[in-house]
Design a protein around this ligand. Structure first.
Ligand SMILES: Cc1cc2nc3c(=O)[nH]c(=O)nc-3n(C[C@H](O)[C@H](O)[C@H](O)COP(=O)(O)OP(=O)(O)OC[C@H]3O[C@@H](n4cnc5c(N)ncnc54)[C@H](O)[C@@H]3O)c2cc1C
Length: 256
């Protein structure tokens, strides 16, 4: 028998009321619109790195790429709060939630944006929250003690303080010569970036130059493109047309 989750999720839709739930067990805020929540499902939930979970509240559901790795006990989600005036529906609700609050969850993970081990060289390109699946890939790869693959994480954001996983990737790149991290800011002249000394420009505009400088071979390399659909379209235009293999995960539709 399925019990109603209505009292804790705010769902009035009877179909959503039948879904299992997950509890927010931890939350951390980073900038005014970027935060992470860690959730604990009420039912067994297993996934592959790069897959997403669909969570919901008050009759709204959205998919989120899972940043944690399968070996971890909690599911970590990295979320941008989209204000209601910019079309945000679920994220304003999530942003208002606290540890102990409950969301609904689809019981099965979805998605095929997973690590393709037929290639040995993985160029992981993401915009802000689009880095989430890459965190999962790298954590699980290291946890499994695997070798023989190389990872280049390229993350684009407007401002440097949006690189929420930068310390993790910098530490990993110091510890492992097969992991590299390239964060780039698209608004180098913004006051918020005044101390930034790293690469500048939208990430899509620097992928080609970096891939060439690393001397990667097309037959061994897969480009992963995740997040902003404009970034994905542009990299496909620049690189896909030249024969580079790619795979993509769009977080929204371009015309939205
Ligand atoms: C497979 C998949 C995985 C996703 N994983 C994540 C994730 O890990 N983290 C995450 O924050 N979002 C992720 N998203 C987007 C997420 O599902 C929601 O669309 C987003 O959280 C906004 O929800 P909303 O209901 O507030 O607004 P929506 O009605 O869903 O979207 C309103 C508008 O917000 C903008 N928008 C949507 N998502 C983002 C974003 N991530 N960053 C900036 N602007 C955005 C777009 O312009 C969109 O048209 C993913 C989407 C898909 C399809």
């Amino acid at each position: 028998m399925t019990t109603s989750n209505a009292a804790v999720t705010g769902h009035t839709d009877p179909r959503l009321q039948k879904l299992p739930t997950a509890k927010i067990v931890r939350r951390q805020d980073y900038t005014e619109d970027l935060f992470k929540i860690w959730i604990e499902p009420s039912v067994p939930f297993s996934f592959r790195p790069g897959q997403y979970i669909t969570i919901g509240s008050q009759n709204i559901e959205r998919p989120y790429s899972i940043a944690s790795a399968p070996y971890e006990a909690e599911i970590e989600l990295f979320i941008e709060h989209v204000l209601p005036e910019h079309g945000g529906k679920l994220t304003p609700l999530l942003y208002a939630q606290h540890v102990g609050d409950i969301v609904s969850m689809r019981p099965r993970p979805k998605g095929i944006f997973t690590l393709d081990e037929r290639y040995t060289d993985h160029v992981l390109v993401g915009t802000v929250t689009g880095v989430a699946p890459y965190v999962s890939y790298v954590r699980q790869f290291l946890h499994d003690g695997k070798s023989g693959h190389r990872f280049w994480v390229m993350e684009g954001a407007s401002h440097w303080d949006e690189f929420i996983y930068d310390e993790e990737f910098i530490d990993l790149s110091k510890a492992h010569d097969f992991i590299k991290f390239v964060p780039t800011v698209s608004r180098p002249n913004a006051e918020r970036n005044k101390d930034w000394q790293g690469p500048t420009g939208r990430v899509n505009t620097i992928v080609e130059e970096y891939v060439e400088s690393w001397g990667l071979a097309k037959e061994n390399t897969l480009l992963y493109l995740c997040g902003n659909p404009g970034m994905i379209e542009d990299v496909k235009e620049r690189m896909g047309t030249k024969g580079w293999n790619y795979t993509e995960e769009r977080f929204w539709k371009e015309d939205e």
